[in-house]
Design a protein around this ligand. Structure first.
Ligand SMILES: Cc1cc2nc3c(=O)[nH]c(=O)nc-3n(C[C@H](O)[C@H](O)[C@H](O)COP(=O)(O)OP(=O)(O)OC[C@H]3O[C@@H](n4cnc5c(N)ncnc54)[C@H](O)[C@@H]3O)c2cc1C
Length: 443
């Protein structure tokens, strides 16, 4: 059977390699870690989650939830393993990151058709069918070669990591378990603040020192902005963002308030299977570590928090996909070369896994000389690929799954304003499209 190279054993690359190996190809999966590190990954394991352990909502009425359902239906192995290693987190899919990547490692290493090679891939061989899935922290040598081969600049923005702390260091006289609006199980730990406590926290935050950013001009992804940047937009920005207090109630306290009990709330999400570690939700930061510690310790309940991983920030690379790729995630210039994952300009774990799967489906079909799959923009994955390959962008920027990119349905305004109902119809339509694709794939 044909040899295929997959570059990068991250989320997209691992998904693609398993799909292709199952199809019978001899897959060389080339991963540079642990020999060369990226700066954000902490292990040498494949499919490592670099920051949060959450893949986003698991509700099909949510854009990210729909994307996961679509990927699962198309045969995603990583989505299956993520479910197996899920940890409680209300309506979202969060995983025990170590269990998850250990299992992916086991699958890759034990697969008779996969050869996992530790090596830094530097020059693209246009004669070998290849999927490049080296992610936002791709090695410079390779991005340099991409520039040479495709005559396009790579782009950058900044992505930050949120701190993780040990549960046993949390003060539960102040902190408490709850989910927003009591939806699902009370899986999150909440650290509530009064107005005075929030103002003190805000003062510390806005006077803390930021670690200097190297190499690039600061350009942040709106959906993953460091808290210090968000805070600089106004004192209440965080209270309408990651620290929003609405719908979070401490049942130990009697209250007459219907919307919220507190001025602001910091939420923590379970990070490992044993529930020893919790990450601070939406708290990605690039403050210097001593100031991060002061800031976290100013949060009620976290006065003595033991921080096991501090927040850091990294430049995040993506290619000019509208110029370089077609809707099959294949390069327009070299038909053997496909891209996948965050490097294509999709943003997020689920998005990276899903594009890894789509590029694998298409390289397989390309090599068999059968029609490649162009997913409809009624589906979330189709809408994402359409967005990243649309040539009319004034300024191409990364995107995560959202309803705005999906083909709109003309709902009768007089009949419904119900958002949930509309999303249900959109999701059902998307899954019908995906079902059609799975039928085509079976032939
Ligand atoms: C700092 C940071 C924080 C992030 N936080 C989140 C988050 O909280 N939630 C979220 O949904 N998304 C987050 N992302 C975005 C993104 O979803 C993840 O980075 C995701 O892991 C991307 O998947 P991927 O498969 O494209 O890349 P990766 O998972 O990064 O995999 C790429 C792999 O390629 C390897 N590699 C790189 N260059 C070479 C080379 N030349 N040769 C061989 N191997 C190479 C790398 O070592 C890596 O293992 C974050 C990104 C960054 C940079």
């Amino acid at each position: 059977m044909t040899n295929i190279k997959v570059i990068g054993a991250g989320l997209a690359g691992s998904e693609a390699a398993i799909y292709l190996a199952d199809k019978g190809y001899n897959v060389e999966l080339i991963e540079m870690r642990p020999k060369y590190q990226t700066g954000a990954h902490k292990t040498g394991n494949p499919a490592e989650f670099v920051c949060s352990n959450s893949l986003g909502s698991s509700d099909i009425l949510n854009a990210s939830g729909l994307l996961k359902e679509e990927a699962a239906k198309l045969g995603s192995t990583l989505m299956k393993v993520a479910k197996k290693y899920s940890v409680p987190s209300g309506n979202s899919l969060s995983v025990d990151r170590n269990g998850f990547s250990e299992e992916i490692k086991k699958i890759l290493k034990s697969h008779k058709n996969i050869n996992l090679i530790t090596e830094k891939y530097e020059k693209i061989d246009i004669n070998t069918p290849t999927i490049i899935a080296t992610g936002p922290l791709s090695a410079k040598e390779l991005t340099q070669d991409i520039k040479i081969k495709f005559g396009e600049d790579n782009f950058h923005f900044f992505d930050a990591v949120a701190p993780i702390i040990e549960k046993k260091s949390i003060n539960f006289e102040k902190a408490f378990y709850a989910t927003r609006w009591d939806k699902g199980n009370a899986d999150f730990i909440n650290c509530p603040m009064t107005k005075d406590e929030y103002e003190n926290f805000y003062k510390i935050l806005t006077t803390s020192k930021r670690a200097p950013l190297k190499d690039f001009e600061a350009n942040y992804f709106e959906g993953c902005m460091p808290i210090e940047v968000m805070a600089s937009r106004g004192i209440d920005t965080l209270r309408y963002g990651p620290l929003k207090p609405v719908g979070i109630f401490d049942k130990r306290i009697k209250t007459e308030f219907k919307k919220h009990q507190f001025w602001a709330v910091v939420q923590l999400r379970q990070d490992d299977k044993l529930a020893n570690l919790y990450n601070l939700v939406g708290f990605q930061t690039n403050l210097i570590w001593s100031d991060q510690k002061k800031l976290i310790n100013s949060i009620p309940g976290l006065e003595n928090a033991n921080i096991v991983r501090y927040g850091v920030m990294h430049a995040n690379t993506f290619i000019n996909s509208p110029k370089i790729l077609n809707c099959y995630l294949q390069t327009k210039k070299y038909k053997n070369i496909f891209f996948a994952g965050q490097l294509t300009g999709v943003e997020g774990y689920s998005e990276s896994i899903s594009t890894g799967l789509l590029s694998a489906i298409n390289i397989d079909r390309y090599l068999k000389n059968i029609d490649m799959i162009k997913l409809s923009n009624k589906t979330m994955l189709g809408a994402l690929t359409e967005y990243i390959t649309f040539e009319g962008h004034k300024k191409f920027q990364p995107i995560n799954s959202n309803w705005g990119i999906v083909e709109e349905i003309n709902f009768d305004k007089n009949k419904t304003k119900d958002k949930k109902y509309k999303n249900l119809i959109r999701s059902e339509r998307a899954m019908e499209e995906i079902t059609k694709v799975t039928e085509i794939m079976r032939v």
